[in-house]
Design a binder for this molecule. Structure first.
Ligand code: PAF
Length: 283
């Protein structure tokens, strides 16, 4: 496995065998089973697998969030070697954004609600770094997790709009046995917060139970989730949403398919989770 901070070495490895298919898994490190599920899928579907580990400063809108983001590159590389990854790119900030850097990628409408509204500039940072990763690795397929549902939708939109020659593969959320969605941020939770953090999944499951009981009203689904979250003293709701799974616009009235999502602070740690009901719908 080649581990390198240098862009030119990744490019050289990518083009050493031009006929092969490549899967790319972009990450910010602190890898967990969720990331490894993407890596395994990439391993199964491609001749070569590349992973990037880069805590991308321009997608953080809170400096304290960037500073506290867990970093454990050596351990990450051990995990990736065990999965049979071929190339790991670990660029420095100066390698990714050299002095004088001034090009950014902005996707418009679908970046405005939800995470976009709560975290100004976040998606501009994500699409800029992902576009650069696509240019460097030129992957056949790129793998993202459904946990960041809006990120996946935004990247799909960017790939369509800018005609990137690759397939975006979105993989299911991987959960802890108690339902908490796996996230690098979970490492930051104290013991009581870790227990409280299951409230996100419990809120989603309550809305799912209501849906299964015939409830289709979007506001009623949001109210069900808010009621469960209100029962957890350590939880502070950032947003709760029942939106169209394709356009991400908030729904009113009866839904045929819906993306339920939420962002909730548990102590200082901001967690997100989501669930799609009634299928994704078509773009
Ligand atoms: O999902 C993430 O970890 C990041 O947003 C990504 C896609 C690696 C871009 O920095």
């Amino acid at each position: 496995m080649l581990v390198t901070p240098f862009l030119h070495e990744v490019r050289a490895a990518r083009w050493a065998e031009p006929g092969l298919t490549w899967g790319l898994v972009p990450t910010m490190g602190a890898l967990h089973e969720g990331h490894l599920s993407l890596v395994r899928r990439a391993r199964a579907e491609n001749d070569r697998v590349g992973v990037s580990i880069f805590v991308n400063p321009i997608q953080f809108n809170r400096p304290e969030d960037l500073a506290s983001y867990p970093r454990q590159v050596e351990r990450d590389c051990e995990l990736l070697a065990a999965e049979g990854v071929d190339v790991v790119w670990t660029p420095s900030e100066a390698e990714m954004y050299p002095p004088g850097y001034q090009t950014y990628v902005t996707v418009e409408e679908i970046t405005r609600p939800l995470e976009g509204a709560a975290r100004p500039g976040h998606f501009r940072g994500v699409t800029t770094v992902v576009a650069k990763l696509f240019n460097v690795f030129q992957p056949t397929r790129a793998y993202f997790g459904q946990k960041d549902a809006q990120q996946a939708a935004v990247i799909r939109q960017m790939v369509r709009d800018l005609a990137f020659n690759l397939e975006v593969v979105v993989c299911p959320i991987v959960r802890e046995p108690d339902g908490l969605a796996m996230s690098s941020r979970n490492l930051l939770l104290k013991a009581d917060e870790r227990r409280a953090a299951t409230v996100l999944y419990r809120a989603l499951k309550a809305a799912e139970a209501a849906w299964q009981g015939g409830q289709r009203d979007a506001e009623a689904l949001r109210a069900t989730m808010r009621a469960v979250l209100a029962g957890e003293p350590l939880a502070r709701v950032d947003y709760v949403s029942a939106a169209d799974p394709v356009t991400l616009t908030e729904l009113d009235g009866a839904a045929t398919h819906v993306l339920l999502s939420m962002a909730v602070f548990i102590g200082q740690v901001r967690l997100i989770d989501n669930l799609v009901l009634g299928g994704e719908g078509s773009p």
